[in-house]
Design a protein around this ligand. Structure first.
Ligand code: SF4
Ligand code: SF4
Length: 177
């Protein structure tokens, strides 16, 4: 049989002690409700004053996002409106990259004079490895690449972060050596 001799109901507790417990409990409830109302008042204020919302509304504001000038999101190969770029396939960017993020694959094109000339075949870029250090950009002698401010790079398959930066059908701009 259980011995309940150590347990007391409220009638057995001396009045000052009992009253103090109830008062403390009611004070906690009151403070909790007060705190809730303060929070709700702030929420309702912003609910009815849309123009005063100061927090970022991403992704709703994606189109109007402004990044600091120095923000770097990924390396891109610059193409003009004629689908031409300035990459000679010199591999300077690949050599400058500290962690093998870039792999330049070259081929030989024939010039109008029938001579072989080295050209870019594939600019392979491993975004998953890139630290955005900018060294490749600085190393490029023809300013063919730049850092873009893109940032939504999440993918389910890591392999999708390996990109070919030269667009299909693109070629080097005439006059770039
Ligand atoms: S930014 Fe740095 S890590 Fe990324 S590709 Fe260029 S050199 Fe490599
Ligand atoms: S991007 Fe620039 S540095 Fe890299 S291979 Fe092309 S021309 Fe050379």
């Amino acid at each position: 049989m259980t011995d309940n001799s150590n347990y007391k109901d409220a009638s057995q507790i001396s009045p000052p002690q009992w009253r103090g417990g109830v008062a403390s409990y009611l004070r906690d409830v009151f403070n909790g409700v007060k705190s809730l109302l303060v929070g709700l008042r702030r929420t309702m204020y912003y609910f009815t004053h849309h123009k005063e919302i100061i927090t970022e509304q991403y992704p709703d504001n994606r189109a109007t996002l402004v990044f600091p000038e120095r923000f770097k999101g990924e390396v891109v190969l610059i193409h003009d409106e004629n689908n031409e770029h300035a990459c000679t396939g010199c591999t300077a960017c690949e050599l400058a990259c500290p962690n093998a993020t870039i792999k330049i694959i070259t081929k030989f094109d024939l010039t109008p004079e029938g001579k072989k000339k080295k050209a870019l075949d594939k600019f392979v870029y491993h975004l998953e490895l890139c630290t955005m250090c900018n060294l490749c950009i600085v190393a490029c002698p023809t300013d063919a690449i730049k850092m873009a401010q893109t940032f939504e790079h999440s993918v389910y398959n890591r392999a999708h972060l390996t990109k070919i930066l030269n667009k299909p059908g693109s070629k080097i701009r005439e006059g770039v050596e």
